[in-house]
Design a protein around this ligand. Structure first.
Ligand code: CP
Length: 322
């Protein structure tokens, strides 16, 4: 593996100003970011901080929706690279007095903040803001609406690669509320780019995506059918906060049909891994014994989040300097 400071000369890696969506990256760029995160995992923490890749730089976590994993891992990532971090409290910020997002970012830039991890409930607001900010600012999509959560998808690809190495033979089953899941959207794009064999979307018809015209992707309303011989099983939470006109499924009934239990998981390959981006609702979409069981890599996903976000921040900061 290459050293974190001397990664290969991929054009996208050398010009990336913002980190917005998986669609912006080629297969090679995705693999390079995964490789970079893997290198970080195998590098001593103190060594990374001493390198001070983010020294003199400040990351602002600007989250307009709740978060545990993404916000904390961006904070740890920036600190481990020697940077400073501001966690702007949405409830206490002047956005409560109607200051808009762009003015908020420009005010923080005036205080020498350069990197902004942005989570927003509305689709595409993060991209819109990225087009309005001046040079010297990097916008990172930390999850926008139902559209994209690219850093989560990348850390998920890193986790899959750590267990399965070659993407081309994989059947990946994604279970649950795919319609409202920004994670699923970004994962599907990443899995397609990385060339998996098959993607199966499993859930009640009302929660599946219907407009996907891709022979690689199949939809399935039966969990047992969808899990047959799957290599990777990704479980999603029902995104109750994003339901608008649709009726919420009855959670007991949902668990009966789509909750991942040991007997249902037995239909996947014996060495299948079980993933969940979090937050997990035990007893609704997944049983506790699976969540904490030998096939679960859920905690590894969370750990990988720090390294993947270090890879993203160190790539963006290098390009800020140009
Ligand atoms: N996966 C994820 O985005 O988790 P958080 O909402 O806790 O950041």
């Amino acid at each position: 593996r290459s050293d974190i400071t001397t990664m290969a000369n991929d054009t996208a890696m050398n010009t990336m100003q913002h980190f917005l969506q998986i669609e912006d990256f080629s297969r090679d760029t995705l693999l390079q970011l995964i490789d970079k995160a893997n290198t970080i995992i195998h590098t001593d923490q103190k060594q990374q901080q001493q390198r001070g890749i983010l020294a003199g730089k400040t990351l602002v976590n600007l989250f307009l929706e709740p978060s545990t994993r993404t916000r904390v891992s961006f904070e740890l990532a920036a600190r481990r690279l020697g940077g400073e971090v501001i966690n702007l409290d949405n409830q206490q910020s002047s956005m409560r007095k109607n200051e808009d997002l762009l003015d908020t970012i420009l005010s923080l830039q005036a205080m020498d903040c350069q990197l902004f991890a942005l989570r927003h409930p509305k689709n595409s607001t993060v991209t819109t803001v990225s087009k309005q900010v001046p040079k010297g600012i990097a916008i990172i999509n930390a999850g926008d609406g139902t559209r994209a959560h690219p850093s989560q998808a990348l850390l998920d690809m890193l986790t899959i690669q750590q267990h399965k190495q070659d993407f081309s033979n994989l059947t990946v089953a994604i279970i649950g509320d795919i319609k409202h899941s920004r994670v699923a959207n970004s994962q599907i794009t990443a899995l397609r780019r990385l060339g998996v064999k098959e993607i199966r979307l499993i859930g009640p018809e009302t929660l599946l995506l219907t407009d996907l015209n891709d022979p690689l992707i199949t939809t399935e309303t039966s969990l047992v059918q969808g899990l047959q011989d799957a290599d990777v099983v990704i479980v999603l939470r029902i995104q109750q906060e994003r339901f608008q006109t649709e009726a919420l499924p009855d959670l007991k009934e949902y668990y009966q049909h789509y909750g991942l239990t040991q007997s249902k998981l037995a239909h996947a390959k014996p060495d299948a891994i079980v993933m969940h981006p979090g937050p997990v609702n035990r007893g609704i979409e997944i049983d506790t014994e699976i969540c904490d069981g030998p096939q679960s890599v859920i905690r590894q996903q969370i750990s990988n989040g720090v390294a993947m976000r270090m890879a993203i921040l160190s790539t963006l900061v290098k390009n800020l300097l140009q």
